[in-house]
Design a protein around this ligand. Sequence first.
Ligand code: ADP
Ligand code: MG
Length: 236
Amino acid sequence: MSLSPAPIIEASQLGKTYRTGKLEVQALKNASFSINRGEFVAIVGPSGSGKSTLFYILGGLTSPTAGSLRIQGQDFSRLSDAERTKLRRAHIGFVFQRFNLLPTISAYDNIELAHQIADTGKPFDKALLTELSGLLGLEGRLQHRPNELSGGQQQRVAIARALITRPAIVLADEPTGNLDTENSIAVLEMLRKASREFNQTVLMITHNPEAAQIADRIITMRDGQVTGIEAARGSL
Ligand code: ADP
Ligand code: MG
C-alpha cells in the first residue's frame, strides 16, 4: 500500500458571487479538485466561464464566497489577510496576459524587485537568473526597459520574474494570449520545464486547446463550473 502525497492545492466546493449593487454574478460554482506537487494543469473554457475568478482565488488575490481552499495543507480561509499575503509572496509566482512589468525600470530590476518583495529571506539567486535567462533567450536583454523589448521578450522576462524566487506554485493567466506562435512555444516549454525539472506546480489558464495539451491534466470550465478533468498529452 502506498500513501499518495498530500496535494499542494485542494479546492473544495469553491464558489464566488460578485455583487455590484443589486446585480449578482455567480462567476464560480462548486469547484472541487486537487493538484499534486510538480503537476502542470491547464484550465480551459470560453470567455466568461470563470477561469480568471478561479485564478484570483487560487492566488489568494480574492476570497471565495463559498467553499474552502487549502494551499500546502494550510486552510487559506482561516488565515488573516497578512498571513495570506505572506504565503502568496513566498510561494506563488504570477504570470499575466499583459506581462505587468514595471515600465520605468530595467528587466533586471523588475526581476530583482520581485525577489525583494517576496521576502524569502534567501539572497538573490544570480546563478538561477543566468540559467533562466539562457533558457528564455534573454541574454543581453536584461538591462533594457520593458518598452525596449518585444512583447515576447517582455513575457519571457515576466516568466523569469515569476520563477526567480523558486515558488512552489506558478499561476499563469493566458500567458500566451498576446504572443505569436514562436514566443508562445517558448513560454509553454518554460512552464513545462518548471514543472518537470524544477518540480514546481504550474496552473495555466488558456483558451487555446492546443496549448493546453502541454500540461499533465486539463480542467475544463463552462458557466462557472468545472465540467471535466482529464489527462493531457504532456507535450505540444
Ligand atoms: P474568464 O476568465 O473565464 O473569462 P471571469 O472569471 O473573468 O471569466 O468572469 C466570470 C464571470 O464573472 C463573467 O460573467 C464576468 O463578467 C464576471 N466577473 C468577473 N469579474 C467580476 C467583477 N470584479 N465584478 C463583477 N463581475 C465579474
Ligand atoms: Mg480571464
